[in-house]
Design a protein around this ligand. Structure first.
Ligand SMILES: *[C@@H]1O[C@H](CO)[C@@H](O)[C@H](O)[C@H]1NC(C)=O
Ligand SMILES: *[C@@H]1O[C@H](CO)[C@@H](O)[C@H](O)[C@H]1NC(C)=O
Ligand SMILES: *[C@@H]1O[C@H](CO)[C@@H](O)[C@H](O)[C@H]1NC(C)=O
Ligand SMILES: *[C@@H]1O[C@H](CO)[C@@H](O)[C@H](O)[C@H]1NC(C)=O
Ligand SMILES: *[C@@H]1O[C@H](CO)[C@@H](O)[C@H](O)[C@H]1NC(C)=O
Ligand SMILES: *[C@@H]1O[C@H](CO)[C@@H](O)[C@H](O)[C@H]1NC(C)=O
Length: 633
């Protein structure tokens, strides 16, 4: 009887307080409250009916990263599996009460405590990585990852970390460990920061309405509101900021930085996507040769269709390595920091490491249906561009460049403006492309560079000769492109004696003898009024003036082109060319009959061609015939 009573008591004890039976079920050491805090109690926007299981996996990795940060262990002990699933489930229940994680996604109970078998602690992971790689990652990821360019920089270096080894279960496998580690230790804000969550775990916690249809409306409304807010912010603060900057000198920089990063996150976060390698392969039919639309020293450009049905161009860098990511991240960084109708827009990027193909770095941009200006001027298209189209292209290119020089923060020097880098969309709107050589130019500094890069025929003489790089180098290249556009002739030609001759010199020789209109291509359809054509020729010659200070700024160029009564300043006489031989000078003098000196031959072609270091290996872009210079002086 006593025994029976005792037995009853015992059963009662076990049945009513099963959770307190500590020897069997340990409390969960993972902190799922982080997820609740991030999503602010609402339904996270990256949780929808098609991506639910993916969301669960990524959300777990975030929580795992926080646990790693606190304890240096990647996974909680096995005896806490049950209670961890309960905590996870109750977080999900707060916005989706009918969704059972484990049964829906097929996760076994033990998976929450199992992952990459050979790595269980922070030091296990670090043992697999060399110190320099780790330092590189710490350096690139120890900043706010809210915006695209720091995020791209970070994820690119994350993909150099090892992700190999067997794993158990599919909740957290070895491939996730680099991100989990980096969010825990490399990033100063840690995994619970919304920017880190978005960048390293692709988790967007911004809440939204529960129906899918609302999403689009929300995006549209947000964009419209952003545009208005931006407008007023810019108008309101620009004057104030300028004033403040003037007064305080360098002290005003903080305002600039804050404003800049604010703009970044607003207008980019809605569009830039990080593509997986599978997305890229699917869109390009596994890099099928039929999809190649361009080839160059950096790799190939492919045409592709992404999941939303739009056509894109995918630039795939070749010979990538763990260390050699600089050019890729640089280009993503530049192109992600800018947005303008006349600049090619970045859609996204892909940075992955695959078993068979190794490092994959791909930049995804909008596809330009009409190819490049080079194709239309010198290709086999047959149909000549009409004057109104040429004028639109000239103006668009000028506006794009003016934005790079004066609209972007910090300003950017493109360094490789040429006809094959001016792309044309389906309405022949010009889009400046290929930011592979672009340089950030804070505070309008003048760079003295020992490494000159660009394309022969387009490079400003002071840059080619002395490595002096300023915005005016782009103005020179723009002048050459404008001459090509007007004359239908290439930047570099060989004259009758087989000597290379520069288009700029030919145009100048016509202009200085009062025959500016002879520069314009014969038989151009719908030619405009003569004074407009002449004005464009003068602008082109002024822009491609060998002396830096004679060239206008891109802002002035846009103004001259847009405004009918804005006249072109008189063009200063050219100096005696550095490399011109006596014979050339004498010949010119006797030809022109005036006392003024000029040379029919060029500056840059001579010096660069005679340079034994110059290399053509970088010649790039669809059918460009101009050799590329990348030489060291
Ligand atoms: C641990 O708790 C879960 C959920 O309450 C329960 O289903 C399971 O039986 C418990 N495990 C043990 C070994 O008691
Ligand atoms: C759970 O397991 C861990 C390590 O495996 C152990 O240290 C801990 O004491 C266990 N907890 C309980 C309540 O049994
Ligand atoms: C869990 O995370 C939340 C939000 O980050 C924090 O406020 C709370 O103190 C954490 N709880 C524990 C037990 O660490
Ligand atoms: C996880 O693995 C189990 C089998 O081990 C499978 O049934 C389930 O579909 C997998 N879940 C996901 C989301 O891949
Ligand atoms: C990884 O773990 C497996 C199974 O535990 C073991 O056989 C293998 O030797 C380990 N590899 C390394 C590199 O530690
Ligand atoms: C990240 O930066 C912070 C502040 O500059 C510094 O305290 C921290 O040690 C850095 N972390 C790493 C991993 O470099």
């Amino acid at each position: 009887m006593t025994l029976f009573f005792f037995f009853n008591l015992l059963t009662l004890f076990f049945f009513t307080l099963p959770f307190h039976s500590l020897s069997l079920n340990a409390t969960c050491p993972l902190n799922f409250t982080i997820l609740t805090t991030l999503s602010g109690g609402g339904r996270p926007s990256s949780f929808d009916s098609t991506t639910r299981c993916q969301f669960i996996r990524q959300a777990f990795r975030l929580v795992q990263s926080d646990y790693l940060r606190r304890t240096t262990f990647f996974l909680p002990p096995l005896n806490s599996s049950d209670s961890c699933w309960q905590s996870f489930q109750s977080y999900v229940n707060s916005f989706e009460p009918t969704f059972n994680i484990r049964s829906f996604c097929g996760f076994e109970t033990s998976f929450i405590s199992q992952g990459c078998v050979n790595i269980t602690t922070k030091s296990d992971f670090e043992a697999l990585v060399t110190n320099s790689v780790l330092q590189d990652v710490n350096h690139n990821c120890n900043q706010s990852l809210e915006n695209n360019s720091p995020c791209a920089l970070c994820t690119t270096s994350v993909s150099t970390l090892p992700a190999s080894g067997p794993s158990i279960g599919n909740l957290s496998d070895c491939t996730a460990y680099p991100s989990v580690y980096v969010a825990a230790f490399s990033n100063r804000f840690g995994p619970s920061d919304p920017g880190t969550a978005k960048c390293l775990f692709s988790l967007d916690f911004s809440s939204e309405g529960s129906s899918g249809g609302k999403k689009k409306v929300v995006i549209v409304v947000v964009s419209v509101v952003c545009v208005f807010v931006l407008f007023f912010v810019i108008v309101g603060f620009f004057g104030y900021w300028k004033l403040k900057r003037k007064r305080r000198g360098m002290g005003g920089n903080n305002t600039e930085m804050d404003l800049g990063s604010g703009l970044d996150s607003m207008d980019q976060s809605t569009t830039l996507i990080r593509f997986t390698i599978d997305d890229v392969k699917k869109s390009t039919k596994n890099f099928h040769r039929d999809n190649i639309i361009g080839r160059g020293g950096y790799g190939n450009v492919y045409r592709g269709v992404i999941s939303d049905g739009s056509e894109v161009a995918l630039k795939r860098f070749k010979n990538c390595s763990a260390a050699g990511d600089a050019s890729f991240t640089h280009e993503v960084e530049v192109i992600a920091s800018i947005r303008h109708v006349n600049l090619v827009a970045l859609r996204g990027y892909c940075s992955a490491t695959t078993k068979y193909e190794g490092y994959q770095r791909i930049i995804v941009t909008d596809l330009m249906k009409n190819g490049s200006l080079h194709d239309h001027l010198f290709g086999s298209m047959g149909i000549k561009l009409s004057w109104p189209t040429r004028q639109q292209i000239a103006l668009g290119t000028a506006r794009g460049l003016a934005y790079l020089h004066y609209g972007a923060q910090p300003s950017i020097i493109h360094r490789d403006i040429k006809a094959s880098n001016i792309l044309l969309d389906d309405r022949f709107e010009a889009k400046v492309a290929d930011f592979g050589l672009a340089k950030f130019n804070p505070e309008g500094m003048t760079h003295m560079s020992t490494r000159v890069a660009g394309t022969m025929g387009y490079v400003a003489p002071e840059y080619a000769l002395y490595g002096q790089l300023t915005e005016r180098s782009d103005v020179f290249s723009f002048g050459v492109v404008l001459l090509e556009l007007l004359s239908g002739r290439k930047a570099l030609q060989t004259d009758n004696d087989g000597q290379p001759s520069a288009l700029t010199d030919w145009a100048w020789s016509l202009v200085r003898t009062g025959r500016a209109l002879d520069v314009v291509e014969d038989g151009m359809p719908e030619p405009g009024p003569q004074q407009v054509l002449e004005k464009y020729v003068l602008i082109a010659v002024l822009c491609s003036h060998p002396q830096l200070y004679a060239r206008p700024t891109m802002d002035q160029v846009v103004k001259m082109m847009e405004t009918a009564d804005e006249s072109v300043p008189s063009i200063p006489e050219r100096p005696i060319p550095f490399v011109a031989g006596r014979l050339d000078i004498e010949r010119t003098v006797s030809m022109s009959g005036s006392g003024q000196l000029s040379s029919p031959t060029g500056y840059q072609p001579y010096t660069l061609e005679s340079d034994p270091h110059s290399s053509n290996s970088n010649s790039k872009e669809e059918g460009s015939s101009s050799p590329k210079i990348l030489s060291t002086y």
